[in-house]
Design a protein around this ligand. Structure first.
Ligand SMILES: Cc1cc2nc3c(=O)[nH]c(=O)nc-3n(C[C@H](O)[C@H](O)[C@H](O)COP(=O)(O)O)c2cc1C
Length: 397
């Protein structure tokens, strides 16, 4: 295992690429169709400038805040991702522990490769993660998962709205990844000789039982039928969540309720009308509808519409402290990261996840000092400049 610390998120990606078989690396790294939205997430962030102020004596900025009433040491959460354990045997429990140790919140996917009960049991009560809901098994399946998540002590429920079907991930098609995605002996056999070049991953995979699948689905017993993994995808597609479902879960779930995958002002309005406490603006890291707007553009629309009525979080393409600052300036309460912690986990297991969160926290601290801003609560639109043409630009004169 490489012992060097990551100097940045890109280094974690490079190390993950060396650690993982191609088929698994591409599953994480890839996005839908031509990957336009994934690229645009980064491109839009790059178009925004930060406007530093000098001489304000800022040297120890305060990063701590709350997200839906829950204290966090810094406003970066881990986004829900399926099949995390395929990357490293530390898997979802490792992510939950690393996030708790870093002082932040992990959001755990319905499609975790570890049962939701086992993940919750990996951390103490105040550090329990949030649970992300897919309608695997349709409405009955979703009810089952929500009740189990409440029983296991998850602190908030996040309903992902953007996955009525799985996006067209062409890298997975090219690599002949089984659908629904699974990593098992058959997948491993397809890797053939390339596996020999990934001995660490292979050893972990063998020790972990040579089968990474979806225990929340496979173990789901709905009176008459027990769900199988191949049944998961059609079930997701037959009964995707509607706004009525969001209202229903508002009544059924006592803790904070969020929807994830919102990209427009009118859906933000519907979310608030349905009674949510929070919205995660997300294009799923570009993995669902290609050509959906970048996360930062969508954030602006959503904050304009409901910024005073719900806490707004955002994910998609955040790789630097400066990226996080831009989102906070534009009204996000916090940012979630997906691939950064997956790469870190693949490269270095649970300590890698802790390290990447610490790295982002360090970047955020340094960047606030350079910006001259004393705390995350003081960030606002006066600290950023958007991509509009300069007033000196002859074209716009
Ligand atoms: C490998 C992988 C699996 C994912 N699985 C889920 C999931 O099960 N549920 C969900 O709501 N989002 C899922 N997402 C989307 C993430 O929650 C998040 O929106 C996205 O990764 C953020 O973009 P970033 O990876 O550029 O940070 C997944 C993303 C990746 C990369």
């Amino acid at each position: 295992m490489p012992k060097t610390a990551f100097e940045n998120v890109a280094a974690a990606r490079r190390q993950a690429k060396r650690a993982l078989p191609r088929i698994v690396f591409d599953f994480v790294d890839g996005a839908a169709d031509d990957e336009l939205t994934m690229a645009e997430n980064r491109a839009e962030l790059a178009r925004w400038s930060l406007l530093p102020r000098m001489g304000r004596g800022v040297f120890d900025p305060a990063l701590a805040t709350t997200v839906l009433g829950q204290p966090v040491a810094f406003p970066i959460l881990t986004a829900p991702c399926g099949l995390v354990r395929a990357l490293h045997p530390d898997g979802e429990p490792g992510v939950a522990r690393a996030a708790a140790a870093a002082g932040t919140i992990a959001i755990i996917s319905s499609m975790a490769a570890t049962s939701l009960e086992e993940v919750a049991g990996a951390v103490d009560e105040p550090d329990r993660p949030w649970f992300q809901l897919y309608f695997i098994g349709g409405r009955r399946g979703a009810d089952n998962l929500v009740d189990r998540a409440a029983e296991a002590g998850y602190r908030a429920l996040v309903i992902t709205m953007d996955t009525p079907v799985i996006g067209n991930r062409e890298r997975d098609i090219r690599n002949r990844m089984p659908q629904p995605v699974q990593v098992n002996v058959r997948t491993a056999l397809k890797l053939g000789p390339s596996l020999a070049r990934r001995p660490r991953w292979l050893t972990g995979f063998i020790r972990d039982g040579m089968r990474v699948t979806f225990p929340n689905v496979a173990g789901m017993n709905l009176d008459d039928d027990t769900f199988t993994v191949p049944g998961a995808r059609p079930a997701l597609a037959t009964e995707p969540p509607t706004w009525d479902d969001v209202e229903r879960y508002r009544r059924r779930w006592a803790g904070p309720l969020l929807v994830k995958g919102i990209l427009t002002a009118d859906d933000a309005r519907r979310s608030v009308d349905a009674g949510v406490d929070g919205i995660i603006v997300s294009n799923h890291g570009g993995r669902q509808l290609d050509s959906a707007p970048s996360s930062l553009r969508a954030l602006i629309d959503v904050v304009d519409e409901v910024g005073d009525e719900a806490e707004v979080l955002v994910d998609g393409g955040f790789r630097r402290g400066t990226d996080v600052i831009k989102a906070l300036c534009l009204g996000a309460r916090a940012v979630c990261v997906g691939r950064p912690y997956l790469w870190a986990l693949a490269a270095r297991g649970e300590p890698g996840v802790h390290e990447i969160l610490a790295l982002l926290r360090t970047e955020l601290t340094r960047d606030l000092v350079l910006l001259g801003c004393p705390d995350v609560a003081s960030l606002g639109p006066e600290w950023v400049r958007g991509p509009s043409p300069s007033p000196r630009d002859p074209v716009s004169a």
